[in-house]
Design a protein around this ligand. Structure first.
Ligand SMILES: Nc1ncnc2c1ncn2[C@@H]1O[C@H](COP(=O)(O)OP(=O)(O)OP(=O)(O)O)[C@@H](O)[C@H]1O
Ligand SMILES: [Mg+2]
Length: 344
């Protein structure tokens, strides 16, 4: 993949870094009308529309420095998209402070729009019936991008995102993977300092996911673009994010590294042992057999109770071993457990 030569160098910031994004005690509640059933309900509805409150966010606080890549995760309905919409000025919070690049998003929406990019994986921001290139051209006018900058960025984005053969295709005819790449390109034509990505890999096949991930990493590392990424794909998080914020039920559950997340959910580790042919029933003190598939046995153990070296010695003493390795439980599993516990 080519380098991103068309981006200007990130501005020098002498002294203490200022947070680029500040979210402080943010709250947002939606009011939804309840449909009344039947004629009587409809009549009653005329008199007094019944409403239900959905508390989407309450007391959410975090800060982001320029150049960070934050994974913003949580179960369905946790409030991730609501946060992204508030950060990009689409929604107005009920209370709390929000500042992006020193601007208040819902008040300075237009000024901010020129400095941020937003991709909603669930819904395209492009004009459905227009060929891709015409959407890009409209964006050039909307963002008043100088012709030379536009050409340079377009060429490079089309190259890195492999869109050249699809520029004349109407958006509605694009496959999901192509549509997503076109949306990402569209969000970057004006070279924003911050990119909000709300589920940019949803529904993509493995190859497209890797391509989108590689692109996000490159954008963050080479250009220094700040990224907030929401996703349900824990491979995205593992591949890209050093910091994760876990949100649940409208509040922040954890803000830390993937290591912090692991420790918070479970200190458990796995020992995988390939035993020689003919090993019968397997049991070792200090570990639990989690899986058995042919000669491969997966043990779960707590290294605080049984250090890995001790467990390995026990297994090797009791069985004829072909191969052994120790690993962490997959992050996917940890997060499923975490979300499950929170629901309960
Ligand atoms: N426009 C709206 N009107 C009413 N309720 C809404 C609206 N938008 C979001 N909600 C509610 O607010 C809560 C948070 O929704 P949000 O879309 O932010 O969740 P999410 O974390 O993005 O979930 P998902 O992983 O499913 O995308 C949910 O209960 C949702 O139903
Ligand atoms: Mg969402």
């Amino acid at each position: 993949m080519q380098g991103m030569s068309w981006w200007s160098a990130p501005p020098c910031r002498p002294g203490k870094p200022m947070p680029q994004i500040v979210v402080d005690n943010l709250a947002k509640t939606f009011r939804v009308s309840l449909r009344s059933a039947g004629l009587w309900g409809a009549l009653r509805g005329l008199v007094r529309r019944r409403q239900r409150e959905v508390r989407a966010l309450h007391g959410v606080s975090f800060q982001l420095e320029a150049g960070e890549l934050l994974g913003y995760i949580g179960p369905n309905g946790a409030g991730k998209s609501t946060t992204i919409k508030i950060l990009s000025g689409i929604l107005t919070p009920d209370s709390g402070r929000v500042e992006v690049l020193g601007l208040v998003p819902h008040r300075d929406r237009e000024r901010l729009a020129g400095r941020i990019g937003v991709v909603f994986g669930q819904r395209t921001q492009l004009w459905w019936d227009l060929p891709v290139i015409e959407s890009f051209d409209l964006l050039r006018h909307i963002y008043r991008i100088p012709e030379g900058d536009y050409r340079r960025r377009l060429d490079e984005l089309v190259g890195t995102l492999d869109l050249a053969a699809h520029l004349d295709t109407p958006v509605r005819q694009l496959s999901l993977g192509l549509r997503m790449r076109a949306d990402v390109a569209a969000a970057l034509l004006h070279a924003p300092e911050i990119l909000f990505l709300d589920e940019p890999t949803i529904g993509l096949d493995a190859v497209s996911k890797l391509a989108v991930r590689r692109f996000i990493r490159q954008l963050n590392q080479e250009r220094g673009t700040t990224v907030i990424l929401t996703t349900h794909d824990m491979d995205d998080i593992e591949a890209l994010c050093r910091r994760v914020v876990v949100i649940h039920d409208g509040g922040i559950f954890l803000d830390g590294s993937l290591g912090d997340l692991r420790r918070r959910v479970s200190g458990e580790r796995r020992l995988i042992a390939d035993l020689a042919e003919g090993a019968g029933e397997v049991a070792v003190a200090g570990a639990q057999v989690l899986e058995r598939e042919g000669n491969r046995v997966v043990f779960a153990f707590d290294p605080e109770q049984t250090p890995a070296a001790e467990l390995i010695a026990r297994v090797a003493a009791a069985y004829e071993v072909r191969d052994l390795f120790v690993e962490n439980p997959p992050i996917e599993e940890l997060v499923a457990k975490l979300y499950g516990e929170q629901r309960a």
